[in-house]
Design a protein around this ligand. Sequence first.
Ligand SMILES: [Zn+2]
Length: 248
Amino acid sequence: MSAASLRALTESAADPAALRQDLAAAFRICHLLGWSESVGNHFSAAVSEDGARFLLNPRWQHFATIRPEDLLLLDSGDQTVLEGPDAPDASAWCVHGTLHRKKPEAKVILHCHSPYATALSCLRDPTVVPIDNNTARFYGRTAYDLDFGGIADAVEEGERLADSLSDKEVLVMGNHGVTVIGQTVAQAFEDLYFFEKAAQTLILARSTGAPLAVLSDAVAQNTADGWLAYRGMADRHFDFLKSQVPVP
Ligand SMILES: [Zn+2]
């Protein structure tokens, strides 16, 4: 991990205000990039070591309007948060709460239906085939949950997604979209950004109908390993993106 990434991790863990600012900015950036969907979808960030307490976006608030102070501070063990006018989306509270509780190392969880990742998830075989730098970035880091069952029971869905994710950082959700986890908002968002780019390249390449020039396992692994030296890009990129979406 680079010094910059380590500093960002330490700062966000030690500074709840910075974590709120980054998570709120992530929603506005998501909309800027065209990945928001009506007033749905959810991002969250753990604020306790065990993942029990976490920040989540308010129910049905448009991503473009989310300010740091709008984020809900919730406890996955406290059902009373579902009462009252400021209650979160019950399904999101349950799924994100279950994921944070089962995977406390996943400090940040981003879920959206970005166009190319969603298109990829709708292929019969949504495997992220390594064909370039960006697709190979996810070689060995991607999990697949292909048991889409409509709007499922939230507890069951949270448990299943956590099990499917296993030790990976990206979960392709079949017939649905993508979920990315990370240590900081910047790191998770950078993976979401590159995953959308990777999915775009793969969908475009597949759409030609010509055979793919698939990298060998050794080259794909070498490329994925090579990305580790560039982890610091996440903070610089996220700083730039934040500058494009001032707090409304
Ligand atoms: Zn979704």
